[in-house]
Design a protein around this ligand. Structure first.
Ligand code: NDP
Length: 276
């Protein structure tokens, strides 16, 4: 019998995760079924417990349940503990739930491997201080940028986040207002693009050769991608991050690392996207 997996969220209809994981399964010969689970806003834990009680092997967790998934896990990986949020649950042999966060690894894999952009020794700007920024921080810092600056609309949140990771010296935090400096890589981890909005950013933000990355993905260029490209800055949306974090979850569950590139290419084609 096939092993059962699912992605749980609210809303969930838009999720591409079943398509991605079934493509990974076909590619690696793993026998699994992966579906979407809509959990009522006040019943995530109940929904997840029922899934595992019925023999489910693993869950992906998306908005707005990543913090509740952390609380449900019996054990956390280092990166999930640092992120304070869980996007992957694995039911272990003894029935205990292991919580992981694969978002940061997916982001870094997309930037460094798929796009071939460097993070090491670069000046990096991370916009936002919500769950996505927190989830990405440890993986980005592990790549050893020359400096990473966190800038958020609400300055205090970025300052607090920088403080939480203060054992890393190459890190600072502040508001979008008064943001100064030029950056080799600007990553938009805010949800502004979801509202078709652009964070309030200064004009001269990129170094020569600078790159832009939006964690949000859409069928067309997001406002941030559009803004960067208008300045002739190479820019990507977050579809590759989505496939990358899925590959990390797949590896945790199945012990096999799938090939990301062919799945990403097929997904882009399916969404009618010409490029990033
Ligand atoms: P949160 O709700 O936790 O945080 C939202 C962040 O965006 C806050 O820092 C908020 O600032 C900022 N923000 C919202 N609107 C604006 C605006 N108009 N201008 C400037 N800043 C703004 O969301 P998450 O951190 O969980 O997610 C952020 C985005 O990342 C989402 O859109 C999500 O889809 C995407 N994501 C993509 C993934 C992928 O695989 N590609 C994986 C995970 C997330 P403030 O604090 O001031 O309110």
């Amino acid at each position: 019998m096939s092993d059962h997996y699912a992605v749980v969220g609210n809303p969930i209809a838009h999720s591409l995760s079943p398509q991605i994981h079934h493509a990974f399964a076909a590619q690696t010969g793993e026998d699994l079924l992966y579906r979407k689970l809509l959990a009522p806003l006040d019943a995530f834990a109940e929904c997840a417990r029922t899934f595992f009680a019925e023999g489910g092997r693993g869950l992906n967790i998306t908005l707005p349940f990543k913090l509740e998934a952390r609380d449900l896990a019996d054990q956390l990986t280092t990166r999930a503990a640092a992120a304070g949020a869980v996007n992957t649950l694995l039911c272990q042999e003894d029935g205990r739930l292991l919580g992981d966060n694969t978002d940061g690894a997916g982001l870094v894999a997309d930037i460094c491997r798929n796009l071939g952009w460097a993070i090491r020794d670069k000046q990096v700007l991370l916009i936002g201080a919500g769950g996505a920024a927190r989830g990405a921080l440890l993986s980005l810092l592990a790549e050893q940028p020359a400096h990473l600056h966190l800038a958020n609309r609400t300055a205090a949140k970025a300052e607090q986040l920088a403080d939480d990771f203060s054992h890393y010296s190459a890190l600072s935090g502040g508001g979008l207002q008064g943001l100064r400096g030029r950056f080799d890589l600007v990553i938009n981890a805010s949800s502004a693009s979801l509202d078709n909005a652009l964070p309030a950013l200064p004009e001269q933000l990129f170094t020569t050769g600078g790159k832009a990355y939006d964690m949000v993905y859409a069928t067309g260029p997001t406002p941030f991608v559009h803004w960067a490209r208008a300045q002739r800055v190479p820019a990507s949306d977050g579809l590759g991050m989505l496939v990358g974090q899925a590959a990390e979850s797949f590896y945790l569950w199945r012990g096999v690392y799938p090939q990301v590139a062919p799945v990403l290419t097929r997904l882009r084609r399916g969404l009618g996207k010409k490029n990033n």
